[in-house]
Design a protein around this ligand. Sequence first.
Ligand code: PMP
Length: 363
Amino acid sequence: MTTLDDLPLRAELVGQQPYGAPQLHVPIELNVNENTFGLPSEAVRDIQESVAGVVAGLNRYPDREFTALREALAGYLGHGVTPEQVWAANGSNEVLQQVLQAFGGPGRSLLSFVPTYSMYPLLAAGTQTAWLPIDRQADFTLTPDAVAAAIREHRPDLVFICRPNNPTGTGAALDVIEAAYAATDGIVVVDEAYQEFSGSDAVSALTLLPGRPRLAISRTMSKAFAYAGARVGYLAADPAFVDALRLVRLPYHLSALTQAAAEAALRHAPAMLANVDRIRAQRDRIERRVAELGFTPYPSASNFVLIGGVADPKDTFTRLLAEGIIVRDNGIPHTLRVTAGTESETSAFLAAFERIATPVTAG
Ligand code: PMP
């Protein structure tokens, strides 16, 4: 039987693992930071009608420039962002890949602060961009000085800063982004996949765009917007930055179905986002409760909590799964990550976690 080892794979992919969050269907799925609330019914109806409305025209290619969608995304983002500054693709993973295709590649490097989103090294490998992981501080926070120093030392072509950071939930003040930008002549991408969970008073890095043509802010409809299945990610940057992405995107990469579905969802943005505050309340509840139980949650600005001080994460993961609850083991010692779901999902998780997990100190 042929195995991967028998095939002439590109050298930098040898030994790599594919992105592999287990896709198990169990009663309580809190492992990939989705919004576990369903879509609001008024949006569902409009999305269904909008998608149905383009089906008869699928013999033609879609609008390659997805003009209407870019207008809608610019309107959603606010901050004076214009449609020319917006780009979208099939999930922000694809957006980030396009950034690396345009600005990374052989002889170039991507620096980021780890632990962080596990796709960054995979996207780097896939585009033959060297991966430069720099450790965060012990509590996973970033400081402007440390960030600038690492960038000056390693002189990367690209810097990705995940804010709030996955899988730790850690926020970062805007001065961290300003320091990163000032320390490099390269590209700085702020991955704000979870920004809407940071609270309405949290300032987006979108405010830093004017006068910074090498800066891009990446967003997604997969998380707060409850639209992971639609596969729509996007970014805002200088129009010239967007022109660079046009050089690498595949023609017509956003299908007419995707465009119609995304435009319809954006027409219902307030309803699509209606559960963000509830999710934040459950996140805070998880932090409070696991701390009472003797664990050490990392402060989260996102829709998940990285719980530290777990004596045996692998065993805890397996036993939660046996009870129909899936969380995430990101391989950070003594931690498990759990997505904040509905109130009842959170209650079920907390009850099971209390029974199953043991804090390190009690060991
Ligand atoms: N960035 C971060 C930090 C993420 O956690 C994720 C998804 N887990 C993504 C980007 C990609 O999301 P999507 O492709 O669904 O937009």
